[in-house]
Design a protein around this ligand. Sequence first.
Ligand SMILES: Cc1cc2nc3c(=O)[nH]c(=O)nc-3n(C[C@H](O)[C@H](O)[C@H](O)COP(=O)(O)OP(=O)(O)OC[C@H]3O[C@@H](n4cnc5c(N)ncnc54)[C@H](O)[C@@H]3O)c2cc1C
Length: 595
Amino acid sequence: MTTAPSSLSVSRKGGSWLLDETPASDVFTPEKLSEEHRMMAKTTTEFVDNEVLPSLDRLEEKDWQLARSLVRRCGELGLLGIGVPEEYGGLDLDKASSLAVVERIGPSASFATTFGGQANLCILPLVLFGTPEQKQKYLPRLVTGELVGAYALSESGSGSDALAAKTRATKLPDGSWSLSGEKMWISNGGFADVFIIFAKVDGEHFTAFIVERAFPGFSSGKEEHKMGLHGSSTTPIVLQDVRVPAGNVLGEIGKGHKVALNTLNYGRFSLGAMSSGGCRAAIGAAARYAAERRQFGQPIASFGAIKHKLGEMTARTFALESLVYRTAGLIDASLGPAPHEGAAIARAFEEYAVEASISKVAGSEILDYVLDENVQIHGGNGFVKDYPAERYYRDARVNRIFEGTNEINRLLIPGMLIRRALKGELPLIAAAKRLQDEVLSPSVASAGFGDQGVLDEEMRTVGAFKKVALMVIGTAMQTYGEKLTDEQEVVSFAADILIEVYAAESAVLRARESSTSRHAHSDLKVQAARVFVNDAALRVDAAARSALAAMADGDTLRTLMAALRRILKTSPANTVAMRRALADAVVAGRGYILD
Ligand SMILES: Cc1cc2nc3c(=O)[nH]c(=O)nc-3n(C[C@H](O)[C@H](O)[C@H](O)COP(=O)(O)OP(=O)(O)OC[C@H]3O[C@@H](n4cnc5c(N)ncnc54)[C@H](O)[C@@H]3O)c2cc1C
């Protein structure tokens, strides 16, 4: 019997945080993890530290038997079946459990990709879209790790434009299918047994199929020579008239996009969580190195320039962690207690697709920032292979490319919100109109936003970010109408602002809640949130100015700029002192200590 934890966030519609005020107590945070969650996180950390990290060199030599045995170990530890119904050998736990695990898998670098290929890209679409027969046939052995899974969507000519795939499926007289074509860059491609492969029926109807390596006509090509992730298999998949049984269509014919997109929605959320885990590990490595490395007769951790880096790495990681946990809580609140039906899970992922894209973009970019500074803190030792800093730096770069590039995800973030608004699901247009009326009145300022005594000013600043987001989106809709999608730069600036809104609000709400509940290190959490909001204000201002200047000129632009200045009127905080406090704490604790 499994239980879903009760301390999850209140159910809200995806994207509603842009228009509504959220009480801090409604938000799921790492501090609210149950004992069960913490046990799973601990088990995963021990597995990664004791079994995966010592194996990385052998994995990088393409020892795929070792990779298979590590997948098997994940199965034994129960890490592969967290979201799988009990009848197929899983635990059917909440997404907070998955998050606690993938966050700890994140630092395992190459192996995190192997794990993701199995759990997120093969097991998950089977749970979401499989028939009872398909689930019975494949899930139990995927959950134990006896079978290894993969997901083959991309082709050499269709990466971002995945629906333009050329792989064809033709129905044969006995009802089975013949698949022909070539897939590219497939994770686990060199040794997986079961593949979710996308092909077009009669060159037209995009459809997902379950394909086994053992089917005649199936082969995988040579391993790619990559910048990083050398311990993860990436190969092309060649399909030459591969005979696929009639019962192996996954989902409906012509509805492969649903399988692909819902799988990616979860993959994006999960990548945000893995990135947060990677950040935590890198902060630990950087803090330990800074404490031990001495120059000019003192530890480099005593220098302000190094404190600035450690403080900023910590503040950004705090915001990232806050937003991924908040998102897990939202998904869980909408799912309710187990058992969870595949269709209901798919609906929940779709509801929070905007938040998943934000997790992916913020996660991959904050991780790149943190890993870059980790190399810098290590100096020359950061550039040589004796220390893991250089491997992490190379391994992480692909996160901005796969699971939908960050450019594509940026376009999706405002795009999905606007689509919901046009369908009447989110009152964004009315809110933007109201704001426009306010903008013409010189009295507009950042309004009060749930004063609670802690971080009130930051909360008001987040309220101001929301107004700026509405101003930019409203002006863009009015200026470009249906042609807004052609204006990618403006849409991307709007996405940048929305990402800052969600990240900053999540950090502030968590720090507030932590402070009210007197959690450990709540004073540091408040400082991390203040640092993040202070600098987010500068980023929001820059993005808004660039977007508005692209859409207006003359008096209109002057009016908009005056309104922007009034809305975003914030006093700078002493972030130098706060970053120093954060840096001193992570150095003293020899790691990220804000969870
Ligand atoms: C290590 C690794 C593992 C991978 N694993 C898998 C896997 O397991 N399964 C799988 O199916 N695929 C996998 N991929 C493929 C990955 O998903 C694609 O590389 C990714 O989707 C980008 O596609 P692309 O490489 O064709 O780039 P392109 O789509 O050609 O993009 C090139 C550039 O153009 C930009 N761009 C493209 N279209 C637009 C647009 N409309 N507007 C604005 N900018 C645009 C992109 O953002 C990017 O910056 C993997 C890739 C790598 C490197």
